[in-house]
Design a protein around this ligand. Structure first.
Ligand code: SAM
Length: 342
């Protein structure tokens, strides 16, 4: 079956990268059918349909997911909709909602909503419920195509808003936005029950997101204030099982390897580097991670654009597998690198 992901347009590469990583983390087999501005179509097998809500709950750069039942165009949509067995999909009440992405069609959303809603009503005899419909039929107008299908899930923006760093009990400048933290966690492909380490945990932004998707969280920071603050923030977010302690990343040791690492080392601007040159600290922390990350584990690291990451990686056993650039403001672009041991 074909599944449509309606993407956040905030970033050009992260939404697709996040979806691919989350699909792998959730053990789903998939084929990417189409990638367009704001829309990705993916084929999965029918038996995996019930796994989708769990997958969607992880995502931060997707707005909504629906199952594609019909694909048509402005000339044929009425015939196609008239001939569809709506009774198999709509069983109680329903709503039809239209979204347009890069639409080249001049059909209005209102006309489509009313038209399709009327056809479903005639065929099923069931009532419309705009407030809390049992079946929400997403109608997407993308380019010159119209896609219809029942919505599987939409991603609540509340979570990323309510957990913004300044709304947590412990705040410190340089805290990472939860959306970015979530996408970094997803890029590591960490699975529920697996461990994720942030050795520069700061206020715990990355660990909160890892904890929410069910990873075992491990955090360390050389500043005791940050250690206490991370614990407070994790507890505030309902994450009660964690290992957070004071340590210098360069001296970290574990008896067992961790499954994933996601981290945002200090830039030497707002976050303290403890007097160490950023470049050296980054390199030494990667050498430390070589001992700690499991062989096929992934590490996701945020760095500022002015740090020469190739130079940092030289002399370590890490390779870059993916890179994404996020422009924060005029003088800072964050580089999100996905690293693997070679
Ligand atoms: C950019 S902040 C991390 C922010 C974090 N992602 C958040 O959302 O709050 C970097 C952190 O690295 C810590 N740090 C700096 N040098 C360190 C070292 N050598 N070992 C461990 N932690 C260190 C700082 O205390 C700071 O809390």
């Amino acid at each position: 079956m074909e599944i449509a992901f309606i993407l956040s347009l905030e970033h050009s590469t992260l939404p697709l990268a996040e979806i691919k990583s989350a699909l792998v983390a959730e053990n789903m087999e998939f084929t990417i059918r189409q990638v367009e501005n704001g829309l990705i179509l993916i084929e999965i097998s029918d038996h995996q349909f019930s796994d989708l809500p769990k997958l969607v709950r992880r995502l931060s750069f997707t707005h909504e997911v629906f199952r594609v039942l019909l694909k048509t165009d402005s000339m044929h949509w009425e015939d196609v909709a008239e001939n569809f067995p709506w009774k198999t999909i709509v069983k109680e009440n329903y709503a039809v909602r239209v979204k347009k992405i890069d639409s080249k069609l001049d059909i209005t959303s209102l006309n489509l909503e009313k038209g399709l809603g009327g056809i479903i009503k005639r065929i099923t005899g069931l009532p419309v419920n705009l407030n809390s419909p049992k079946t929400f039929i997403r109608t997407l107008v993308s380019g010159d195509k119209i896609l219809f299908g029942p919505r599987i899930s939409s991603i609540s923006k509340n979570h990323f808003f309510e957990l913004k760093p300044h709304k947590r009990p412990f705040f410190y400048p340089g805290s990472m936005h939860p959306k970015l933290a979530r996408v970094m966690v997803n890029l590591t492909r960490v699975r529920q029950g697996e461990s994720l380490l942030d050795p520069f945990c700061g206020t715990g932004g990355i660990l909160i997101e890892a904890g929410i998707i069910g990873a075992k969280v491990i955090g360390s920071d050389f500043d005791p204030k940050m250690v206490a603050g991370t614990k407070e923030n994790l507890t505030h977010c309902g994450i009660n099982e964690f290992e957070v302690f004071r340590a210098d990343v360069r001296k970290l040791k574990f008896s067992e390897p961790v499954d994933a690492v996601a981290t945002d080392p200090p830039y030497g601007i707002s976050a303290s580097t403890g007097g160490e040159k950023s470049q050296d600290l980054y390199q030494q922390s990667l050498i430390s991670m070589e001992r700690i990350l499991k062989e096929d584990g992934r590490m996701c690291m945020a760095t500022p654009h002015y740090l020469d990451i190739d130079q940092v990686l030289m002399g370590t056993k890490f390779d870059v597998r993916e890179q994404h650039y996020i422009r924060m403001h005029k003088s800072l672009t964050r580089v999100i690198s996905l690293l693997k041991l070679n």
